[in-house]
Design a protein around this ligand. Structure first.
Ligand code: GDP
Length: 444
């Protein structure tokens, strides 16, 4: 399998802890690895170049947050730039035009055009309650029209009756007319592909476009397309003028580099992704997921992101000192709880850590949920200063007052006190080792 970018950058950059900003040399070393990772993910060379140039500009001189390592900082910058370049998420198929709205599907043979046409038709029918008509304009492959007819039957979407011998342009005209007469909201035109781009194909696409005035022209492309992706997308966009991209076979083990290449050269949104042969294998595009996949590093980025947002290094250092001295009162606990709840609560933190899924389930089974943080914070804020500093003075009458003030009960207060005692003991035990830096670090 691929070595993740995180791992590679780790070995180069993790030795550099403690520097204030990323230097030109740090960034260059890191970018060599980034370039290699992108090429392995099948991003086209010219796109890799422009991408790394952009990252270089942003990264040199960028401040490294105290709580993370320089390698993680670079990964974060690379990731953000990738997400930015991949573009907006959830760009829907635009049906904002007088009915029947024509959606023209273009692409190479075998890219998944016919399958995707039917998937989109099904989706528009079921989710947006649209009346859809599909028509196959593929007169070259004998079985193509029949394939679409069968998919129509399967998805319960109407297909244009097949008339042998008609040209693609004539079928397109007939489809639009039939949709108008039949009161269809949308017509999906599934055009013919070729094994490669050639002049007759481009001419045919342009002719179909002329007679059917499509509102959307979607380029369907296999996400496993490598260096050809740029050429493919550029050609279709320049010659036919596409309005969006659909990447198929995202369920395979490709790294999704084609998404970046095609988006970069056309600037057109990736509207949907195909995730299986079945008719429901169609999903909205999430740039963050694809960026993670291209970089091959799971959720480490979101962890760094959240840590950067929430962990104040100074505060962590002060906490470490307290722990070492064995003093950890309820004020400190409140601070830790606040930090954890900002990071998405216990579940959020555990979910981001590789291999922590099981522990998360166990915590949930023990009644440890995210709402608990809120209740615990309410309990602590209902206490007096003296009570927070010295929980031992909390006897029955005080607990009653606090329960009323926080909308909880004595059992919940006892649970909190027990947890605090356990943590304080643990920290006292850890204190001697001179490490620490917050509960978070202790947990990780
Ligand atoms: P066309 O020549 O462009 O119309 O391609 P088809 O729609 O006939 O698809 C070619 C093959 O790819 C078929 O076997 C489809 O089932 C398969 N296919 C299409 N989209 C996907 C996808 O998103 N994932 C997977 N795994 N297979 C797909």
């Amino acid at each position: 399998m691929f070595e993740s970018l995180q791992e590679r950058l780790g070995s180069i950059l993790n030795g550099l802890t403690g520097r204030g900003a990323l230097s030109e040399a740090d960034v260059s070393a890191a970018l060599r690895e980034v370039r290699r990772a992108l090429l392995e993910a099948d991003v086209a060379l010219e796109v890799v170049r422009s991408f790394t140039d952009k990252v270089r500009e942003k990264a040199v001189g960028a401040a490294v947050l105290k709580s993370i390592k320089p390698g993680q900082m670079v990964v974060k910058i690379v990731h953000d730039e990738l997400v930015d370049m991949l573009g907006a998420e959830g760009v829907a198929i635009d049906l904002n035009a007088p009915a029947p709205v024509v959606v023209m599907m273009v692409g190479l043979q075998g890219s998944g055009k016919t399958t995707t046409s039917a998937k989109i038709a099904k989706r528009l029918t079921e989710r947006q309650n649209k009346k859809v008509l599909m028509a196959s304009l593929d007169t070259r492959r004998p079985a193509a029209q029949e394939q679409l007819r069968q998919l129509g039957e399967q998805t319960k979407v109407a297909t244009l009756p097949i008339i042998a011998g008609q040209s693609p342009v004539d079928i397109a005209k007939r489809a639009v007319q039939a949709a108008r007469l039949g009161g269809h909201d949308v017509v999906i035109l599934d055009t013919a592909g070729r094994t490669h781009i050639d002049e007759p194909l481009m001419v045919e696409m342009a002719d179909i476009k002329k007679v059917s005035s499509p509102h959307e022209i979607l380029l369907v492309a296999d996400s496993l397309t490598g260096q050809d992706a740029v050429n493919l997308a550029k050609n279709f966009d320049e010659r036919v003028g596409i309005t969006g991209l659909v990447l198929t076979r995202m369920d395979g083990d490709g790294r999704g580099g084609a998404a970046l290449s095609m988006r970069a050269v056309t600037g057109k949104p990736i509207k949907l992704i195909g995730t299986g042969e079945k008719m429901d294998g169609l999903e909205e595009f999430h740039p963050k997921r694809i960026a993670d996949r291209i970089l091959g590093m799971g959720d480490i980025v979101s962890l760094v992101e959240k840590a950067a947002e929430t962990i104040d290094a100074e505060q962590a250092a002060a906490m470490a000192k307290k722990m070492q001295s064995g003093k950890f009162d309820l004020n400190d606990l409140a601070q830790q709880l606040q930090q954890m709840s900002k990071m998405g609560g216990m579940g959020g933190i555990m979910g981001m850590m590789p291999g922590m899924g099981k522990m998360k389930d166990q915590l949930a089974a023990a009644g440890f949920d995210d709402k608990m943080f809120g209740r615990q914070l309410a309990i602590i804020s209902s206490m007096t200063k003296a009570e927070r500093a010295n929980p031992d003075i909390l006897k029955h009458s005080r607990k009653k007052r606090i329960a009323a003030g926080s909308g909880t009960d004595a059992a919940e207060i006892n649970k909190l006190l027990k947890m605090h005692r356990g943590m304080a003991d643990m920290m006292k035990a850890m204190g001697g080792k001179g490490k620490g830096g917050g509960l978070m670090r202790g947990m990780m």
